[in-house]
Design a protein around this ligand. Structure first.
Ligand code: BGC
Length: 855
């Protein structure tokens, strides 16, 4: 914070600035507090950093604030040069949130997708997950790990929902803080991303997000605020615009809020290619451009030379970067010592997380866990039964050294296994009268075109599947490129669908094809190494044949397990909640055989399940990482209790969620997306509108049963609320439960026109219990969680008065209810530091006095 400016003034400043940004963007003027090192950080840098700043030339300083090419040829995801003569080492950056992403040929631990980590509702596991990222990041030569992603899941279609944690701000904040502590305890710098509001992939590079300040504060920003309180070293600015100006040149966000109010002292890096200006960006608080130097290289040098940017602004950015390097001891050793890659503990954590995040959605007749013949005579159906779905697509994709398939794991467990693809996602060969298109070999530095005629007996839906080992070939069908003219016809290519066994890259597109003869022209370039190309297809008749094969495998087995997939990736949103391809039909057909049918979902998040009542059980395994097959088998067979809970509401269909039926809300109109749902996002929307989800937030079944009792609540001196209750395992197996604490609105806030959802998540605890055992559970609710943001007062205001309190198994399954009466003794509340929340600056009222009435 700027000396002489109180926290309260800084808060006022933020509110005003955010409103100004709404009214017409961020002013270009160079801010006074960028005029000296430290800027809004509240002081000068350490003597060591000041000393380095004094000795660095302008050219050297410029090199530190933008990406460049690693001269060692190591090709990290990001690189900034160092200054050897002053002992400033280069910095190497690696993705990402689901494991350390290495270039081809090197393997790291593929952890389960972050959404699966959050499904554990276990911050201690998040610390362990961060430990793997930090350990491996450092072992593989990186200094900065581009994780975690804390943008909220706002729409179920968002392509990166698997990379992030939850639709709920509290859960996101606590998992994020613990993961950051894990990463940074290993000596790697965490980069929390993407500040802010990168909640969709549709138009992500340009979309302008319009949002009121209360939901911005209470929802999306909570994860970032917790990351800063946990000491995160780097914040990554997002691609999109926030209230009229690009996030990476948004002064209200990067300076007034992040530094002025939250006290962030690290550096802000742009997302890759998200810098749009020189003077405006550095003035707003961006410290580093990645991955190149378009705006912060020569252009910044010129701007300093002509006086449009003061050199002190560059010093501030460099000082922040050096300060983090100093804090992480990166200035002490060159080259820095690197630990060995600890593959064994990476694998252990990957397995722990896949076990803990396994979420049993449906099991009405206790078909699971499988036992006796049910566990040993299996039909495993679906591509992810045969080829493990390890990782989602995009920058979070991780290639492990090794990952078993469910088929292998069940065979190793001694089961008799039949398999079927259900739908051959790799396509069937085309039988062309004149030539086969299944093996086109193009020598190096040559271009070949293959012509063929194919005869289609029946009009219908047709999927082209193009396999190539080099540059993407060009396909024409009757003179038209089928990949081009039909927007959305190409399947999103994530972790599963983008490759085929044998190292082929896949492209697919679906069109309608008429009966008759069609001309195919396929042109491919051999590149430097030569390449192999195949053109395959799926048609109604191949789908029928695949389905018949799956049905006969199911008939011959005691249990059918259909592995259903949905292949999400950065860069694309989904267009529907339905499973892709023929999978809904396949599941119904397998269930109709009468063989008990279990569906295992390898999906990024919510999917529609029109077949739910037809199947015996549904288990969500997300993208479970390299140990996912083992964890899946253990849960299906009951070695492990499924302890995962949903971190997002699963809507019944495409019309029944907070971002449905209003294009302004999603995907946006005229390049703006308006968060008109306000604070009623995710489960809050379902509760407030009475729209029942298919499965609510927090839902997840166990193989045993639990009871809750003895609810009490008590005010603490630090202004928090302590909720206590007991949980008893009333079944006959050991199991895991995640009791959740929800709070109703405060009548005093309502009277003051501060909107609140009907229920918020106030806390939770993951509990493991042996049969017959009880545990006393204590959940602390921090003052911030009891408060709402008042835009009028520009402060957090404690929600006093009589408030409902529930202990629940999900946002819709309330087990115990009571009323707490929170009274304010006056004076500012003191925030707890615990898991991630800093002091609740500016809160009014505190030391809640609590009385509890049970009903
Ligand atoms: C993604 C970031 C990622 C970066 C570097 C961007 O496209 O949005 O999350 O860290 O690429 O790979």
């Amino acid at each position: 914070m700027v000396p002489g400016v109180s926290r309260r003034d800084a808060l006022r400043g933020l509110g005003g600035a955010l409103l100004a940004a709404t009214a017409g963007g961020v002013p270009m003027a160079v801010a006074a507090d960028r005029g000296r090192p430290g800027g809004a950080d509240g002081g000068r840098f350490s003597a060591r950093v000041e000393g380095l700043l004094a000795r660095l030339t302008r050219a050297e300083k410029l090199m530190l604030v933008h990406g460049s090419t690693d001269p060692t040829g190591a090709r990290p995801i990001g690189f900034t040069a160092g200054v050897e003569r002053l002992g400033i080492p280069p910095l190497r950056f690696t993705d990402g949130p689901a494991g350390v992403r290495l270039r081809r040929g090197r393997a790291s631990t593929a952890l389960p997708a972050p959404v699966m980590l959050a499904a554990s509702f276990d911050p201690r596991l998040a610390d362990a997950y961060g430990t793997v990222l930090g350990q491996e990041g450092r072992a593989f030569g990186a200094d900065v790990v581009l994780a975690p992603m804390v943008n909220l899941m706002r729409t179920p279609y968002a392509g990166r929902n698997f990379e992030t944690f939850s639709e709920d701000p509290l859960l996101t904040a606590q998992i994020a803080a613990a993961e950051i502590q894990g990463i940074q305890a290993q000596g790697a710098v965490a980069a929390v991303k993407h500040l802010a509001l990168n909640n969709q992939e549709a138009d992500r590079l340009t979309v302008d997000v319009e949002i009121e300040e209360q939901p911005l504060r209470e929802m999306e920003l909570r994860g970032f605020e917790a990351a800063v309180a946990a000491g995160v070293g780097v914040v990554m600015g997002s691609y999109n615009k926030v209230r009229g100006s690009y996030a990476c040149e948004n002064r209200p966000l990067l300076t007034d809020l992040l530094r002025g109010e939250w006290g962030f002292t690290g550096w802000v890096v742009s997302d890759w290619g998200a810098t749009h200006s020189t003077a405006q960006a550095i003035t707003a608080g961006l410290d580093m451009e990645m991955p190149g130097s378009t705006h912060f290289g020569a252009a910044l040098g010129r701007a300093i030379a002509d006086g449009s940017v003061p050199e002190a602004a560059l010093d501030t950015a460099v000082g922040r970067i050096l300060s983090v390097q100093e804090r992480f001891h990166l200035l002490d050793e060159w080259p820095p010592g690197r630990p060995d890659h600890d593959a064994a503990s990476g694998a252990r954590t990957a397995l722990d997380v896949a076990r803990a995040g396994a979420t049993l959605l449906h099991n009405p007749h206790a078909t699971l866990p499988l036992s006796d013949e049910r566990a040993t005579s299996l039909a495993l159906i679906g591509p992810t039964a045969l080829r493990p779905f390890v990782s989602g697509g995009g920058s979070a994709y991780v290639d492990p050294a090794h990952a078993d398939s469910p088929e292998t794991v069940f065979r190793e467990r001694g089961a008799q296994v039949r398999t079927a693809l259900g739908e051959n996602i790799y396509g069937h060969p085309l039988v062309a009268p004149s030539t086969s298109l299944d093996d086109l070999r193009v020598p190096a530095r040559e271009t070949r075109t293959m012509h063929a005629l194919i005869t289609v007996p029946q009009a219908g839906t047709w999927t082209w599947v193009l396999h190539h080992s080099g540059a993407a070939p060009h396909l024409l069908v009757d003179g038209v490129d089928p990949f081009r003219p039909v927007p959305g016809s190409e399947f999103a290519v994530g972790g599963l669908l983008r490759t085929a066994p044998g190292g082929f890259v896949l492209r697919r597109c679906t069109t309608e094809l008429t009966a008759g003869t069609h001309r195919i022209d396929l042109t491919a370039n051999g590149g430097a190494q030569g390449q192999q190309v195949r053109l395959r297809h799926l048609s109604e008749s191949t789908r029928a044949a695949d389905l018949a094969e799956a049905v006969s495998a199911a008939r011959a087995a005691s249990t059918a397990v259909v592995f259903a997939y949905e292949d999400a990736t950065e860069g694309h949103d989904r267009t529907t909640l339905n499973l892709p391809g023929n999978q809904n039909t396949l599941i119904s057909a397998v269930a109709a055989t009468g063989t008990p049918t279990v569906v295992v979902l390898n999906a990024s998040g919510a999917v529609a399940m029109p077949w739910l009542d037809e199947v015996a059980a549904a288990l969500h395994m997300y993208y479970p990482g390299q140990e996912g097959a083992r964890a899946t088998a253990e849960v299906l067979c009951g070695d492990i209790d499924p302890g995962g809970r949903l971190t997002q509401s699963f809507p019944t269909d495409d019309d029944s969620h907070a971002t449905a039926q209003d294009p302004g809300r999603y995907p946006g109109t005229g390049s703006t997306v308006t968060y008109s749902e306000g604070i009623l996002a995710g489960h809050r929307w379902h509760t407030a509108t009475g729209t029942a989800p298919l499965f609510p937030f927090g839902h997840g079944l166990s193989y045993t049963t639990f009871e809750h009792a003895d609810l009490t609540a008590e005010a603490e001196r630090d202004g928090s609320l302590t909720v206590r209750f007991t949980v008893t395992n009333t079944g006959d197996r050991p199991g895991v439960t995640v009791p959740q604490v929800y709070l109703g609105p405060s009548p005093d806030l309502t009277a003051n026109q501060i909107g609140q959802p009907p229920r918020i998540l106030a806390g939770y605890r993951r509990v493991s219990l042996r049969p017959g055992r009880s545990k006393n559970v204590t959940v602390k609710v921090a003052p911030r969680q009891l408060s709402s943001w008042s835009t009028a007062r520009r402060a957090w205001v404690l929600g006093t008065g009589s408030r409902s309190l529930w202990i629940a198994d999900s946002a819709e399954d309330l087990r115990l209810a009571g009323t707490v009466v929170l009274g304010a003794a006056g004076g500012p509340a003191q925030g707890g530091r615990g898991l991630g929340f800093g002091g609740s600056q500016g809160s009014s009222g505190a030391e809640p006095k609590v009385t509890l009435n049970l009903h």
